[in-house]
Design a binder for this molecule. Structure first.
Ligand code: ZN
Length: 576
């Protein structure tokens, strides 16, 4: 049940008109139940000092639950009542100054009119409209109790287990704490009048999740709902930057949806349940950090979401700077130690029962690559004493592919270099290849996603304002998103430049090895195919111990060159 206080005279007048216009409908009112059996419900009235009385209230046991006769209920509470032209008028006779309550069949509103003209009239929306039957107005027992609670500001309750209603007519009034103070938009009232329809009683909604999406020019707070669509209204931020979204007939898991957000326009979202089935979310905005332009509410019907758009004054130049920083920070965590290439994982392919490719003269891939990797590791250790070298294997043993990835990740590797030798039935094929390990995403899909996510497009001039912005953001974002892929590619190019031989026949160079990815590397990763064991000439080179060291040295030079560029880029980007 929802309570509205009308502070606006126009709105109140409109509602009174609406109440009046519904009178003709009473004649056509039909009960919402097919079977009904006359009964009574005991009402215990406590008047304080252990005094009181119990009285029977006329009721109907129906196929849609227990309904009580409002007039009988009112008399039991020692209220006067009369019906006039289908309008039930009830009055507090004892209370001073007291008030009256008006309600009609098939009308979801009840009006409380204080005798003291200085006091505000109140209108409550009932959970269901009273049903007219044999000249009596009936409400479901719980709704009836709620009606008297709201009107009299006294506790009136029904206990299912005992089947008894109890009213406490003494003590302090609940006052304004009953129900939620709000207002109906005039447009809604007008629509209700024109349609001569009641505002439908909604079955309610449950808010399942709250999310904040930060955009370049603001943020979107998304409330994911399940169940029926309910009315919602937004109260613009107050001086403290707190806005409220109020949903009628809604509920949620308050603990689960109390959320703090850091580093953005939205600081926190806090659900507040109030009596009367309303659910309110307090949205705290960072007024210090952002200049808030507008706050809008939008119902996303197809996705059953309630969206609050907060648009802030956007300094495009500043945003670009910030975003660049953020993108890089998200990859590097802005921690020097984290981005520094301080751990390199070396992976010699195959091993143990898996010899890998076998050359024309019986050279085994697993032996060649182990030598290269060990030479490479020694070189790194010698040249870069601050860099830790991790081997997936240092001897002739078999390590499953997924285990190699785990070793790399577990050791906090910053680069992963896997070394292999190739083989082909066409034994004239020779040359080296470098593959990128890592997932590859469709660039188009990424572009679309990036564009969709970059700015709130609700500003009329957003196209002009953010001209060129999306493209730049896209490039940075996609780079950051597939940062490892990009770094892997850089590394692959550098290594390829060193180990590639002019007489290479395959002409393949750097390639992405989607098929190779049996695990997700969480670092830039490459796979070096040092040459073809199936080619007589290359096998001779690959099995030569000195040549192996030369290959290792060339790979090292590639890494060295990559490292220089990488660190220079990072330092520049971080402004250090
Ligand atoms: Zn291999």
């Amino acid at each position: 049940m929802i309570l509205f206080y009308y502070r606006s005279c126009a709105a109140l007048a409109a509602l009174l008109i609406m109440l009046g216009s519904l009178i003709p409908m009473i004649a056509h009112a039909s009960p919402s139940f097919t079977r009904a059996e006359d009964t009574t419900v005991p009402l215990r009235v406590s008047t304080g000092n252990e005094e009181g009385y119990t009285i029977k209230v006329i009721a109907l046991r129906t196929d849609s639950g227990l309904f009580v006769d409002i007039e009988s209920f009112a008399r039991a509470l020692r209220l006067s009542s009369r019906q006039e032209s289908g309008v039930l008028l009830m009055e507090e006779t004892d209370a001073s100054p007291g008030s009256s309550c008006q309600l009609r069949s098939d009308n979801n509103f009840a009006m409380f009119v204080p005798k003291d003209a200085q006091r505000m009239k109140r209108i409550v929306q009932l959970q269901s409209a009273p049903v007219l039957r044999d000249g009596r107005l009936f409400l479901p027992v719980l709704h009836a109790c709620r009606l008297f609670t709201l009107w009299l500001d006294k506790d009136v309750v029904y206990d299912y287990s005992s089947g008894i209603m109890t009213a406490w007519l003494w003590g302090t009034r609940l006052g304004d704490s009953v129900g939620y103070v709000g207002s109906l938009r005039p447009g809604e009232i007008q629509a209700a009048i024109e349609d001569r329809k009641q505002i439908p009683v909604e079955q309610g909604t449950v808010i399942k999740g709250v999310n904040v999406e930060n955009k370049a020019n603001g943020a979107v707070v998304m409330f994911a709902a399940s169940g029926k669509s309910v009315r919602a209204r937004l109260k613009k931020p107050d001086a403290n930057g707190r806005a409220y979204l109020t949903l009628q007939n809604a509920s949620c898991d308050v603990d689960a949806l109390t959320k703090l957000f850091s580093g953005g326009l939205v600081k926190s979202v806090t659900p507040i349940s109030s009596s009367g089935g309303e659910l309110q979310f307090a949205i705290d905005l960072d007024k210090e950090g952002y200049r808030i332009k507008t706050v809008d509410f939008q119902r996303d019907e197809p996705n059953n979401r309630y969206l609050v758009y907060i648009m802030s004054e956007a300094d495009v130049k500043d945003i670009r700077m910030k975003e660049k920083e953020q993108q890089i920070a998200s990859v590097l965590n802005s921690d020097v130690e984290k981005w520094r290439l301080n751990t390199i994982v070396l992976d010699a392919g195959h091993g143990g029962h898996d010899p890998g490719a076998i050359g024309v003269r019986g050279t085994r891939e697993k032996d060649v690559v182990l030598n290269i990797v060990r030479d490479l590791g020694n070189l790194i250790a010698q040249k870069w004493p601050d860099v830790k070298v991790v081997y997936t294997r240092k001897d002739d043993r078999f390590i499953p592919l997924h285990e190699r990835g785990k070793i790399a990740n577990r050791n906090g590797g910053k680069l992963f270099i896997s070394v292999h030798c190739n083989a082909n039935k066409k034994n004239h094929i020779k040359g080296s290849e470098v593959y990128i390990l890592g997932p590859h995403k469709s660039k188009d899909a990424l572009e679309v996603a990036m564009f969709e996510n970059s700015v709130i497009t609700k500003e009329s001039d957003y196209k002009e304002r953010y001209k060129g912005f999306s493209a730049e953001y896209l490039i940075m974002s996609s780079m950051a998103q597939s940062a490892f892929a990009k770094q892997s590619a850089d590394l692959a190019v550098e290594v390829q430049n060193r180990i590639g031989r002019p007489d290479s026949t395959n002409g393949r160079g750097v390639r992405q090895a989607g098929f190779m990815v049996l695990w997700t590397p969480s670092m830039p990763s490459i796979l070096v195919e040092a040459g073809y064991l199936s080619n007589v000439e290359e096998e001779r080179v690959l099995r030569d111990r000195q040549e192996q060291t030369k290959i290792a040295y060339r790979v090292f030079q590639g890494i060295e060159s990559y490292r220089k560029n990488y660190e220079r880029e990072q330092l520049a980007a971080m402004g250090k």
